[in-house]
Design a protein around this ligand. Structure first.
Ligand SMILES: Cc1ncc(COP(=O)(O)O)c(C=O)c1O
Length: 398
């Protein structure tokens, strides 16, 4: 039957984060006590005031097709949020609401890229960027980084990768998978380079904005000199623990917003009307309403840092946001235990899943094979147990 499947789909990689969590779930279903630290999903429930707004939406019969770009009052709420939190002026016409930030990114790739256009992609990157670029027949141009620069690029490095085919830059801050974030000064340095290249559109994925342990969040589009060449992507999944509601949004130069609206009109029409009503409550609220989640993540980050530092063979940075550690593990490559030989990060993750019953994701999925990703969106009890198991399994390797 494979001949029925398009080469486009065959060339698409399966999301390794989803694949690892599927494997962990299957092991759990067969009765094995697996702790899955592989998925990027807050373990909190959606706050009650947001759920109430969703329920009211149903009772008020918000059950018909919404406008493709989203209800006007939602886009007005997003416009106010951009001004309030990010000092960015986006009119409601410049905003498109989609089925998760994931669809915002797919819309952007399909709306902006022509075959052969190059997209600058600092690695480690979020898994779906690369596949969305490929689907749109763009060419990902990987800019490698390492733990030594806290996984960030600077303007001079960016400059080296730019050529006449470069059409887009895409990155996230706070970053999945590293937890790194760009300060205003570091963004200014990137802006110095981007200012010189009028043909490059930058996509700033700020979905982890509210999970920031350092204080102020800085947005690329708040720099006036490149405002009309930046798209800001955000959503409610992470900051408001609303992953299942499937709602993301973007603010963009008007022509780009219109193109995404046109694209989305042919694919999904709009995201769920009920999720849109709930998102209005989330975005109108003072962001401090959800500080309790950030505080819990900070405690867990500290717990994980202490625990991971005690495990031999892992080199770690201090994540400043999101909920991931991205340890360098290459010093474990070549080590053995019984029938296991750890050749790479994939083997290490499989070993830790089968020997320690802890689900993690190999760094290769994010373009950085010497690393692994550990999500700490889990209870402190599970994190402590996972740390103990990882340590015991790694100590056995020699
Ligand atoms: C960096 C990044 N961008 C976008 C998304 C997609 O979020 P959404 O649930 O809004 O589709 C994720 C989710 O894992 C992410 O980590």
């Amino acid at each position: 039957m494979n001949h029925f499947i398009s080469s486009r789909t065959r060339n698409l990689s399966e999301s390794q984060t989803i694949a690892m969590s599927k494997k962990s779930r299957e092991m759990k279903e067969s009765g094995i006590d697996v702790i899955s630290l592989s998925l990027g999903e807050p373990d909190f429930n959606t706050p009650d005031f947001i759920k109430e707004a969703g329920k009211e939406g149903i009772d008020q019969n918000y059950t018909h097709y919404p406008p493709v770009a989203g209800y006007k009052d939602l886009r007005e709420a997003i416009s106010r949020k951009f001004l309030r939190d990010n000092k960015i002026n986006y009119s409601p016409e410049q905003i498109v609401v989609s089925t998760g930030a994931k669809q915002c990114i797919a819309n952007l790739m399909l709306s902006i890229l022509n075959p052969g256009d190059e997209v600058l992609l600092p690695a480690p990157y979020w898994v779906s960027y690369k596949e969305a670029i490929k689907l749109a027949e763009g060419v990902p141009v990987i800019i490698p980084t390492s733990i030594d620069t806290d996984f960030k690029i600077d303007g001079a490095t960016l400059e080296k990768y730019i050529n006449p085919k470069s059409k887009m830059l895409i990155f996230s801050s706070p970053c999945n998978p590293t937890g790194s974030l760009y300060t205003k000064t570091e963004l200014a340095d990137l802006v110095n380079t981007l200012e010189k290249h009028e043909n490059i559109i930058s996509i700033s994925d700020e979905i982890y904005e509210l999970i920031n342990f350092e204080g102020e969040h800085s947005s690329l589009a708040s720099f006036d000199s490149i405002y009309d060449r930046v798209v800001t992507v955000n959503g409610v999944s992470k900051g408001f623990s609303m992953t299942g509601w499937r709602l993301g949004y973007l603010g963009a130069p008007l022509e780009i917003a219109k193109a995404c609206d046109k694209m989305q009109g042919q694919f999904t029409s709009a995201t769920s009307s009920i999720s849109q009503r709930a998102a209005i409550a989330a975005l109108n609220a003072d962001p401090s309403e959800v500080d309790f989640m950030k505080e819990a993540f900070l405690n867990r980050r500290n717990l994980m840092k202490k625990g991971l530092e005690e495990i031999p063979g892992l080199e770690i940075n201090t994540p400043k946001g999101a909920f991931y550690f991205f340890p360098k593990v290459d010093s474990l490559f070549g080590k053995k235990y019984e029938n296991w030989t750890i050749k790479d990060g994939n083997d290490l993750c499989m070993y830790l899943l089968e020997e320690a019953h802890v689900g993690l994701v190999p760094g290769e999925a994010f373009g950085s094979p010497d690393y692994i990703r550990i999500s700490y969106a889990a209870s402190e009890e599970n994190l402590n147990e996972a740390l103990k198991r990882i340590k015991q399994a790694i100590i056995k390797l020699s």
